[in-house]
Design a protein around this ligand. Structure first.
Ligand SMILES: C[S@@+](CC[C@H](N)C(=O)[O-])C[C@H]1O[C@@H](n2cnc3c(N)ncnc32)[C@H](O)[C@@H]1O
Length: 186
């Protein structure tokens, strides 16, 4: 977790404080300066991050190759009041039928193993990722059985599979949030 960003979020005292892309970039670059291979071959898990709204997902997926990630896992939280609303991951996809109001909200897991310019437009971006996720080829998008709580059995199982956890968690649950992380390293 990025210390400076955490401090900003804590000051905001808001469980729905969303981290800016530029702040994530600056923080990760500081880690890379210290060790350029810090993420190489690693499984990164963002466990409070709905790809529709999280810049952590956006940052790691867009820099997947540059960082040399093995896998990126993110899970969303069903009760989030802004679930499925912010980045609109699938929003530019003309092939999706238009629905009235907010898209149906479920807690989901997203597993990225491979990224490339799938539509061949010469640019790799979130549209490519949305297409790969929809095709469920190499990358996986599936509903969770529970609500995506970081303490749920499903999320703890994903935590066990990961090497690095990066997110900005809900501050009201900060102590609760640390428990599974501390038991992972002990
Ligand atoms: C401070 S926001 C940060 C969101 C995102 N990580 C970011 O930095 O932009 C905390 C997020 O955790 C979600 N959340 C709240 N309680 C949670 C829980 N028990 N398990 C998993 N996620 C939770 C909230 O809905 C919100 O999306």
């Amino acid at each position: 977790m990025a210390n400076k960003n955490l401090t900003n979020a804590k000051r905001a005292k808001n469980d729905e404080f969303y981290t800016q892309f530029g702040d994530i970039q600056k923080e990760i670059e500081a880690y890379l300066e210290y060790n350029p291979k810090v993420f190489r071959g690693k499984v990164v898990y963002c466990n409070c991050d709905d790809p529709y709204e999280s810049n952590f997902f956006r940052y790691f997926v867009l820099n997947f190759k540059k960082l040399g990630l093995k896998q990126l896992i993110t899970t969303s939280y069903k009760p989030s009041p802004v679930a499925n609303t912010q980045l609109l991951l699938f929003g530019n996809d003309e092939s999706l039928p238009k629905t009235k109001g907010r898209p149906k909200v479920t807690a989901n897991k997203f597993i990225i193993n491979k990224v490339h310019d799938i539509d061949g437009d010469g640019e790799f971006n979130l549209k490519d990722i949305a297409k790969q996720l929809k095709a469920n080829k190499h990358n996986e998008w599936a509903p969770l059985e529970e609500d995506g709580d970081f303490r749920s059995d499903e999320c703890i199982e994903l935590l066990k599979q990961s090497d690095i956890v990066v997110t900005n968690p809900p501050f009201s649950l900060f102590r609760e949030y640390l428990k599974p992380l501390l038991s992972k390293i002990s």
